[in-house]
Design a protein around this ligand. Structure first.
Ligand code: AGP
Length: 592
């Protein structure tokens, strides 16, 4: 996700310092590059790769003339983080400037069409097609409002766009679909931004645009059009948050915000389907696959192994990155080594990647564009979870799984699996909407000592991930186990002081997992189950039962059943008085 800002000041004063302050408050949304455009007879643009401080030191962003303009902070999705790919983007003549947050699915065909018509492109981004389309339609006689409207009928995907044009100075256009966009006004003037933190210093009367709505901001005020281009009434809400609170959009912590954002992370990663299909074609035949990762990404890798082996029949290994040394000797030209890493900077994973590049095809599934592993791997799939601030991986994990399911489903040419993925965002939203019930339960139940997480088949890595979430932010010792393995020793630890989380979706493993559930219940364990809504058998044998939509079967359960476990960890941490965003001893990226 990126951050966009646009403003028109009531007085004829410099907009650049205001834009700079606004965009600085959105740097948490992305920090690959920064750029601004202001209008003062001509559109002036200053932009470069890097964070706002380093770019300002180089370009002196605040020193731009003009009392209105746009700004952008980038989290690279299409096109690497470079000076050319930084926003704002212009048309050939420099008379239309645009900033964009989102992902355009059909930009390649639009770009080819525009190049055929004589347009020249300077960047490899999807965004750059937007100013060219707007200028093309304005050259055909449309005004800025009409041209932007026509542009939105041609682009497909997610977008929040702010646009200015030399032909219609003092008019700022803003439109959204799937990506957030707010309009704000105050003493200083009129604003459009991805998120409220950007504007709170200058404006606290906020209008949240709905999908398909367009805002036209001038010094005379605000007009809002619906999807059909009809002007509609609007009303604003006064926001009294502090900017810090607003960065979390009112959530108490980044972790809970990111858990709730998971449905968007899945939706935006699903947009990568076409590029994943292309990579599969380029990789060609492989005899063996080896996943290499750490922590949460290692758990996503195990799910990948189970999926590919069950859907495609290719043998898969999974190796903890710090233990890759001996397995590396078995990698050859017929092996595809897949590296999963949200940061793309994990030291152990990077060392393994350097080794794998000597002998095998390498694919990195990363969340951070321009990260070391995204530069070093032969093939790259970029998940679209946006920046993850909380140390505990949540939305990046579910985005990794989405990419893996797309990869496995496309490799297997299994449309049934692929189709199921498009329902996952709704399943996740159903759970996060009920999070208050989970909070109340976690406050009432005194978690202490050890905890076990049990799962079979596709739910085994979910058990591992659920246990990691609990231990890394509550400091309670927790172990994830293959449900069938407990009786081979660890069952001796079970008594009435031990909570045992049982992940038991409907499917092939249900009956056996139910047997394991009864084994631990018989020994007095506090059984906390996650299973299909309305399953009385689970209810009868559990102290606590989190119910999930029964449409979620064991194969796609990993994408959904992890959500209540993440929420439990979050609320138990709060009940224990800890800060879930900054657990002791841990950091977000392990580069040593
Ligand atoms: C997970 O919540 C932790 N933050 C940690 O285990 C993390 O998954 C691991 O360090 C791997 O990080 P990466 O995905 O950036 O490589």
């Amino acid at each position: 996700m990126c951050g966009i800002v646009g403003c028109i000041l009531k007085e004829n004063e410099k907009a650049a310092p205001v834009l700079f302050n606004c965009i600085s408050m959105l740097e948490y949304r992305g920090y690959d590059s920064i750029g601004m455009a202001t209008f003062n007879g001509e559109i002036e643009v200053k932009k470069a790769r890097g964070g706002i401080e380093s770019v300002d030191a180089k370009l002196n962003l605040k020193d731009m003339d003009g009392s209105f303009g746009i700004a952008h902070t980038r989290w690279a999705s299409a096109g690497k983080p470079t000076d050319e790919n930084a926003h704002p983007h212009l048309d050939d003549t420099g008379s239309v400037a645009v900033v964009h947050n989102g992902t355009l699915e059909n930009y390649s065909e639009l770009k080819a069409e525009l190049i055929k018509e004589g347009h020249t492109f300077r960047s490899s981004t999807d965004t750059e097609v937007i100013p060219h389309l707007i200028k093309k339609f304005m050259d055909e006689g449309l005004n800025l409002e009409e041209a932007l409207g026509k542009c939105t009928t041609r682009i497909r995907g997610s977008y929040a766009i702010a646009a200015i044009s030399k032909a219609e100075p003092d008019k700022l256009m803003a439109v959204r679909k799937y990506s957030p966009l707010i309009i704000a006004y105050g003493e200083k003037g009129y604003f459009a931004a991805s998120d409220t933190p950007a504007v709170l210093e200058y404006a606290r009367n906020i209008i949240r645009l709905k999908d398909g709505e367009t805002a036209i901001l001038t010094r005379k005020g605000i007009r809002i059009l619906d999807e059909k281009g009809e002007e509609i009434e609007w009303k604003s809400k006064y926001i009294d948050w502090t900017p810090e609170m607003a960065k979390k959009e009112g959530y108490k912590h980044f972790m809970i915000k990111e858990i709730v954002e998971q449905s968007c992370a899945v939706k935006n990663t699903l947009i990568q389907k076409a590029s994943i299909e292309k990579i599969i074609g380029e990789i060609g035949d492989v005899k063996r696959i080896c996943f290499v990762a750490c922590g949460t990404s290692y758990h996503a890798s195990i799910t990948g192994k189970y999926l590919i082996e069950s859907l495609v029949g290719i043998a898969c290994d999974v190796v903890i990155a710090s233990e890759f040394r001996y397995t590396a000797k078995t990698w050859d030209e017929n092996t595809l080594v897949i590296f999963i890493s949200q940061s793309g900077e994990t030291y152990d994973s990077r060392m393994a990647l350097k080794e794998a590049n000597k002998t095998s095809k390498t694919l990195a599934i990363v969340n951070v564009a321009g990260s070391a592993m995204s530069e070093e791997a032969e093939y790259v799939i970029q998940t679209q979870a946006g920046p993850e601030i909380g140390v505990a991986a949540t939305k990046t994990y579910v985005a990794q799984l989405t990419a893996i399911y797309l990869f496995a489903g496309l490799l297997a040419e299994n449309d049934e699996v692929i189709d199921k993925l498009y329902k996952v965002p709704a399943y996740i939203d159903e759970i996060t909407k009920k999070r208050e019930d989970i909070r109340k339960l976690c406050e009432s139940y005194d978690f202490k000592g050890h905890a076990f997480y049990l799962g079979r088949g596709f739910s085994y890595p979910t058990a591992l991930e659920g246990a990691l979430k609990l231990k890394e932010i509550t400091y309670i010792h927790a172990e994830g186990y293959a449900a069938g393995e407990l009786k081979h020793g660890p069952l001796a630890l079970i008594d009435e002081t031990v909570p045992v989380f049982v992940i038991i979706p409907p499917g092939e493993d249900y009956t056996k997992t139910m047997t394991n559930l009864k084994e631990v219940e018989a020994r007095g364990a506090v059984v906390i189950s996650v299973g299909a809504e309305g399953d009385d058998k689970i209810r009868e044998n559990s102290e606590i039962f989190f119910e999930i939509n029964p449409e979620v079967d064991d194969m796609i359960a990993p994408l959904v059943y992890i959500v209540p476990l993440q929420l439990i960890s979050y609320y138990v941490t709060l009940a224990m008085g800890y800060n879930p965003d900054k657990p002791r001893n841990l950091s977000k990226v392990i580069t040593v």
